[in-house]
Write a protein that binds this ligand. Structure first.
Ligand SMILES: Nc1nc2c(ncn2[C@@H]2O[C@H](COP(=O)(O)OP(=O)(O)OP(=O)(O)O)[C@@H](O)[C@H]2O)c(=O)[nH]1
Ligand SMILES: [Mg+2]
Ligand SMILES: [Zn+2]
Length: 351
């Protein structure tokens, strides 16, 4: 096979450019990860592979192991072995649930994060903001997708409310995930060389949309509970799929918990942070302080109370996670944990 043919083939799995591996090694992309090993795709076929021994060493940062979406170098054999993970272009991750700070990789080398929410009982703007905050740290562009347009009584009202709430310029598309004509608008994110990951709660319709884009019912889908529109965690593994449009799509299981990593910017709430900067006191608690710009905006209706509450929640979570992350990094460097400087108690007037 000529180099041109190899590159044409690799483009089908989202390869952009870069040096090809040395003779004797193959380039492939991680399509799925199972208990028993990895499933890779080379643009033409999928095949099983095992990680080389150095990936299994104890104490290795889990984020250094191959993950779905990674481009990897493979040594042929029975079975083939992944010997190297190529540097990642972008990474979508979250913090693992639980006490210990750990980053969990959701997908690597993706261009778009498709945040999918149903327009039925699943609809929850605060959750969409949480997803959008997580994508800020990824390097990928977020796109908000609202499914079940065909099955919602108040679709227009919900879409309008969301447009009003999210920063201007955030792409939002309302779709019927079962209808190819309705999802055609997503072609702009799924061109050859593009990679997108679908995220959203169980039952939102990620696998349904994946099947429509694929043109075949490859992924299993499951009905949602009637009383609260929640799914039953039908998809259990992330799966990367080359699409007929030439792009690549990663379907994921619905996530129960979505903790921030501590490295988000919360650009989504830049207007609120700016507002808070104009309070009379530099350390205004935005309660009953005189000259509080936030209270004034809440009173005038310019700032919606739910959006303000969600901002506070995400901000506090980010701070807490950032502190845990910092402490962990310090421990890794072998230094003793240092107390965080506390802010002065008294109110300071701005100068
Ligand atoms: N009417 C309608 N039903 C949809 C749409 N999208 C998904 N559904 C239905 O919603 C249910 C859940 O869809 P799935 O595709 O299994 O949801 P999922 O997001 O993959 O869920 P998990 O795999 O559990 O995370 C199924 O019964 C789908 O038929 C849509 O746009 N319109
Ligand atoms: Mg699914
Ligand atoms: Zn204030």
């Amino acid at each position: 096979m000529t180099e041109h043919q190899i590159i044409e083939r690799l483009r089908r799995i989202g390869w952009r450019d870069g040096p090809l591996p040395a003779d004797g090694l193959r380039l492939a992309r991680v399509a799925a990860q199972h208990r028993a090993g990895y499933e890779l795709h080379d643009g033409e076929h999928s095949f099983g592979a095992q990680p080389a021994g150095h990936f299994l060493k104890r104490g290795l940062d889990p984020s250094e192991r191959p993950a779905v979406g990674d481009f990897v170098e493979v040594e042929p054999g029975q079975p083939p072995h992944i010997v190297r993970v190529l540097p990642r272009r972008t990474v979508l991750s979250r913090a693992a649930a639980g006490e210990r700070y750990e980053r969990q990789l959701i997908a690597a080398n993706i261009d778009y994060v498709l945040v999918l929410t149903g327009l039925d009982g699943d609809f929850n703007p605060a959750r969409i903001e949480r997803y959008l905050s997580l994508t800020e740290d990824s390097g990928a562009q977020p796109v908000v997708l609202l499914s079940k347009l065909d099955a919602s009584a108040d679709a227009i009202g919900r879409i309008d409310a969301l447009r009003e709430r999210l920063p201007e310029g955030t792409p939002i598309h309302a779709i019927n995930g079962k209808d190819p004509a309705s999802v055609a608008v997503l072609a702009q994110y799924l061109q050859p060389g593009d990679s997108a990951v679908l995220v959203g709660s169980s039952g939102a319709g990620k696998s349904t949309l994946t099947n429509t884009l694929l043109g075949i019912d490859k992924m299993a889908t499951g009905a949602v509970r009637a009383h609260d529109s929640r799914g039953r965690h039908t998809t259990t593994h992330r799966a990367l799929l080359p699409l007929p449009s030439g792009g690549c799509l990663i379907d994921t299981p619905g996530m129960r918990e979505l903790k921030l990593t501590g490295e988000e910017n919360l650009d989504l709430f830049a207007d609120i942070e700016e507002l808070a900067e104009s309070c009379r006191f530099a350390d205004c608690g935005h309660g009953s302080e005189p000259g509080c710009a936030v209270q004034a905006a809440l009173d005038s209706g310019e700032l919606a109370p739910e959006r303000w509450r969600n901002y506070l929640k995400l901000r506090d979570e980010r701070e807490e996670q950032a502190a845990t992350l910092e402490a962990r990094l310090r421990r890794q460097r072998g230094g003793r944990p240092v107390e965080r400087p506390h802010s002065p108690r008294g109110k300071r007037e701005r100068d």
